[in-house]
Write a protein of this length. Structure first.
Lengths: 277, 313, 384
């Protein structure tokens, strides 16, 4: 910025370095463990930075033999993709209505959407559990999918309505109406193609939020075959069997890496999405 | 406009005869677009909330319909020592984490804003990365990082300070500190991202004008940057308060309310009451206390930021 | 080609604070081929009226007819209209060619070649044939404006609607586009309704000007009519720049029948015939256009007044002189050689034919000086 000096530059780099250290050190320990054999992982002789020849990928290959990680990750993907698709189908028209249409009751609905975002979800799970219990959705993938779709919906609506408000030129639907579209045609043929980047960002957000979610899956399932990776890690950690830390940490890495990498790659969208601006 | 003239206008143009159907017909496209979302919200949000409030006046348990018990659950709640403790500790936890997240996020955003934009994206991707990891994984990561036998931090302390590290998840005040620090680690990125977006949006000319007027670094920060950070601060405070109250996965994984019930948070207590003890009505009664805190934050947020276009999440 | 009829059109918006009348009982008949400009301050209802005509806003009451057919409930696409928006509303993801041809391929069954032929034709008319394969995002404001206009031309609609199409351009470009739009109108002869808040735009382009205020029709007339015969003080004030001078005056009629307008800081004798026309003593508003005031030291006392010079604005062709008449601002437009010093006291006069008198209560026009003064050259001009 203005009147900067070499010294203030270095101070800046040093301060950012401290931040990076704070952010990354806990990760580092996990990654380190995941790259060692189980014995080396808990052996105090190994040191902070293990020797190169001590590193091994066996933990990552062993994951797939031990436990049902294939099922768990598969479930994670199925659940996240489905929840993303469903929430998009609902949120695209909903967000559009909030942002660009005016009708009695819009404001009220909009504010309740704000409240849903801030609501303590653990509380909601209780009556929802009842409903799911009645409909036989407990311990089923469709049950998890429905719950997660709702869970990511407010956030997706939010992100999209911000875009519809600011990213779509004024009067464009009206120009389309005059050019010969119906209201729905104008939305489908003009607004939607223009929204592709925002819809993509919203999809990414929904996917990762669903992927990261623990609470709903944990509450709504008890069977192993419908577990997602997040919940599986919790159960393995809580089980009494001899812990294979390296495998567990490898699973954590596989769980954490996709969102962190995706968000990192889509930095710009993240700022815009969360920041609304 | 006075009531009378309003009446008169409506009468003159036949507006008071407009029925609900007329309004629906005139705005059908808006309703058509919002109906799916509305239905979704109703099934899994509006109805459950109402149903939950109803539950608090019954003794419903999972799988068995309860009977009406009046205010019994609330009197149980108010006389329950664990609730008192959990509520107090939750407030402390929320206060501590929200404040830490706000401060760390602000400092991170300010530092990042000084970087050239070429490096900024990548550096911020790294610095903000904890926010994007699964909260449950956050719990596992910190549990491992702080583990008394194999954790990195205890190892560093004994290697470099030569003293035996306390058990960070069990001894004295340490579990509380650990929970707050770990939670702040996970979520300061949210504050950082919101602040960074706000700082990037400040017009450069304002800094240049201030510099021309002879303002130094600190003064520029106070007079130019700070005023632009008021709205983001309100947003972060409100949303993070609500979300920290609701936070479940990471503390649940890190200490699970233990040792014993020494770090019991409202969210974990609600979970255990509902799904371990299967006392749904009592659990929702506990939840009412959480709702109270979150919704206070929500109402604060909505009233302070009146213009809906400024609302963020 | 179309005739547009507004028959008692009313628009009421329901706001949280109650109903708001945006347009009240507007009646207007626009013959085929006319260029009509709706002008008025913001919030006067001009854009709402245009949007009702476009079908983008519902009509609360009254009937709107296109070529005699009621169209209140006809959707925009079936009204055979084309509209140019202030924001242009170009489709960012389509090229200029795509933007211009889109309406045609949607609403007609012309084949692609035919559509393209008409797009190229319209592009040539607007001078944008080189831009056809560009996206709107890479065009300047002026070019985007041309594309938006071109998109309307291609349609060859029954009615053209323009909603403040030039307000986002700089002054010079705006003037240029003004003449260009006029040229297009005379070439195509399509009924055109043009909304602006700029009275100069209205004066230069319109066959007829429709002046609105607070949702109510103030006056409809040719530019000259609204200039020379403003129906009320609002129109008088709104049309013309710098705007008209207003003075509260009393008409005093002496025993011999001679009339004098007495205002704060001046008196002005008027002819007997004017007294007759006005109908005797009373309270009026006298107004005179800045360009009709003269600095004339030799003017007779009873037909002039003294004023102190506040500010002189030199604009080249003319000087705008801001005067103080007994504490009230008065604007005068003088030839550039008349350049008094600030603080000078000068004698100002005007021709009786140039005055306007309004009723002080209703603010409606009572008389325009030239209506009486048959010999006034301006009268002849205004009839021309």
């Amino acid at each position: 910025m203005i009147n900067e000096t070499r010294r203030s530059r270095y101070l800046l780099y040093a301060a950012l370095g401290v931040f990076a250290l704070f952010a990354l050190t806990p990760y580092f320990w996990v990654v380190r463990t995941s790259l060692l054999t189980n014995f080396a992982a808990i052996n105090p002789e190994t040191g902070y930075l293990p020797a190169l020849d001590a590193l091994t990928l066996t933990a990552y290959t062993d994951i797939w033999n031990q436990f049902d990680f294939v099922t768990f990750f598969q479930n994670s993907v199925i659940v996240s993709v489905s929840a993303t698709l469903i929430s998009l189908v609902f949120s695209i028209p909903g967000a559009y209505a909030f942002a660009r249409l005016d009708f009695p009751g819009r404001k009220l609905l909009f504010y309740t959407a704000v409240f849903t975002i801030m609501f303590p979800w653990i509380v909601i799970t209780i009556p929802v559990y009842e409903v799911f219990y009645v409909f036989g959705l407990i311990n089923t993938l469709p049950g998890i999918i429905i719950a997660l779709s709702i869970f990511v919906l407010p956030q997706t609506i939010w992100l999209l309505q911000g875009f519809f408000r600011q990213g779509i030129p004024e009067n464009i639907e009206e120009a389309a109406l005059i050019d010969g579209h119906t209201e729905i045609g104008a939305f489908l043929r003009i607004v939607l193609p223009l929204s592709a980047p925002a819809v993509g960002a919203a999809a990414l957000f929904s996917f990762l939020t669903a992927w990261n979610n623990f609470l709903w899956v944990f509450v709504l399932t008890s069977d192993e075959d419908v577990r997602t990776a997040t919940v599986a890690i919790h159960f393995i950690l809580g089980s009494d069997v001899l812990r294979e830390w390296n495998i567990l940490m490898a699973a954590v890495v596989l769980l954490v890496a996709p969102p962190v990498v995706f968000y990192g790659l889509s930095q710009r969208y993240v700022g815009e999405g969360l920041g609304g601006a | 406009m006075s009531q009378e003239t309003a009446q008169h206008i409506r009468q003159k143009y036949g507006l008071e005869e407009t029925t609900l159907m007329d309004r629906v017909r005139e705005n059908w496209i808006g309703y058509l677009f919002i109906v799916p979302t509305f239905v979704m919200f109703t099934i899994l949000f509006y109805y459950p909330i109402v149903r939950g409030v109803f539950l608090t006046f019954t003794n419903t348990r999972l799988g068995e319909a309860g009977s009406f018990v009046g205010l019994e659950n609330y009197s149980w709640l108010l006389t329950n020592d664990l609730f008192h403790f959990a509520f107090g500790w939750t407030l402390a936890f929320v206060f501590g984490t929200t404040l830490l997240q706000l401060v760390i996020g602000l400092v991170a955003a300010l530092l990042l804003s000084e970087l050239r934009s070429r490096w900024r994206d990548w550096t911020s991707a790294i610095i903000m990365s904890p926010y994007f990891s699964a909260p449950l994984a956050g719990g596992v990561i910190w549990m491992w990082f702080l583990n008394s036998d194999f954790g990195m931090l205890p190892m560093i302390i004994s290697d470099f300070l030569g003293v035996q590290a306390p058990s960070f998840l069990a001894d004295g005040i340490w579990p509380y500190v650990s929970l707050i620090v770990a939670q702040s680690w996970h979520d300061y990125g949210y504050a950082g991202i919101i602040y960074a977006a706000a700082i990037v949006g400040i017009p450069r000319e304002q800094y240049e004008a201030a510099a021309l007027a002879g303002a130094g670094r600190l003064r520029r920060f106070r007079d130019v940057t700070l005023p632009h950070l008021v709205t983001p601060t309100i947003i972060i405070l409100a949303l993070r308060t609500a979300w920290n109250v609701a936070e479940f996965a990471q503390p649940f994984e890190l200490t699970g309310g233990g040792p014993g019930t020494r770090t019991m948070l409202m969210s974990i207590l609600t979970y255990e009451t509902a799904y371990v003890n299967l006392q749904f009505s009592r659990a929702y009664t506990l939840g009412m206390a959480m709702i109270l805190v979150s919704m206070t934050a929500a109402i604060f947020y909505v009233t302070v930021i009146k213009d809906e276009e400024e609302l963020y999440v | 080609m179309a005739r547009v009829e507004f028959d008692n059109i009313t628009k009421v918006f329901e706001d949280t604070s109650g109903p708001i009348i945006a347009v009240e009982e507007l009646s207007l008949d626009i013959p085929d081929g006319e260029f009509v400009v709706f002008v008025g301050p913001s919030g006067c209802g001009k854009s709402t009226t245009l949007r009702m005509l476009a079908g983008l806003e519902s009509i609360t009451d009254g009937e709107l007819r296109l070529n005699g057919e009621p169209v209140n409930n006809v959707s925009p696409r079936d009204r055979d209209i084309a509209m140019v928006f202030q924001s242009y509303a170009l489709y960012p993801h389509k090229t200029v060619r795509g933007n211009m041809g889109y309406g045609l391929s949607l609403s007609t069954d012309l084949n692609d070649e035919e559509v393209d032929r008409r797009v190229v034709e319209a592009a040539e008319m607007m001078g944008i044939e080189d831009l056809l394969d560009k996206k709107p995002g890479s065009l300047s404001g002026g070019q985007q404006q041309r594309v938006a206009t071109g998109r309307a031309i291609v349609r060859e609609p029954a009615v053209f609607l323009f909603d403040e199409p030039l307000s986002n351009l700089d002054a010079q470009l705006r003037k240029h586009m003004r003449t260009e739009l006029s040229r297009i109108h005379s070439e195509l002869g399509i009924t055109t309704i043009y909304v602006t808040h700029d009275q100069e735009e209205a004066m230069t382009m319109a066959d007829r000007i429709v002046i609105l205020n607070d949702g109510q029709l103030q006056q409809v007339g040719s530019p000259k009519e609204v200039y020379y015969r403003p129906a009320n003080t609002f129109v008088a004030d709104f049309i013309g720049s710098p705007s008209m001078n207003f003075f509260d005056v009393d008409l005093e009629v002496a025993s011999d029948g001679t009339g004098t307008l007495v205002g704060n800081g001046f008196t002005y004798s008027v002819s007997d015939s004017l007294v007759d026309l006005v109908g005797g003593e009373g309270e009026y508003i006298l107004s005179v256009r800045p360009e009709n005031l003269n600095v004339d030291p030799s003017a007779p006392d009873e037909r002039s007044f003294e004023a102190t010079v506040d500010v002189v604005e030199v604009i080249g062709s003319d000087n705008f002189i801001y005067l103080d008449v007994a504490g009230k601002e008065c604007r005068l437009r003088a030839p550039s050689e008349v350049e008094p010093e600030e603080g000078d006291v000068i004698t100002v006069s005007f021709d009786e034919a140039d005055l306007h008198l309004f009723d002080r209560n209703t603010e409606e026009a009572l008389i325009h000086g030239h209506e009486r003064a048959e010999s006034s050259p301006k009268m002849i001009e205004s009839e021309a």
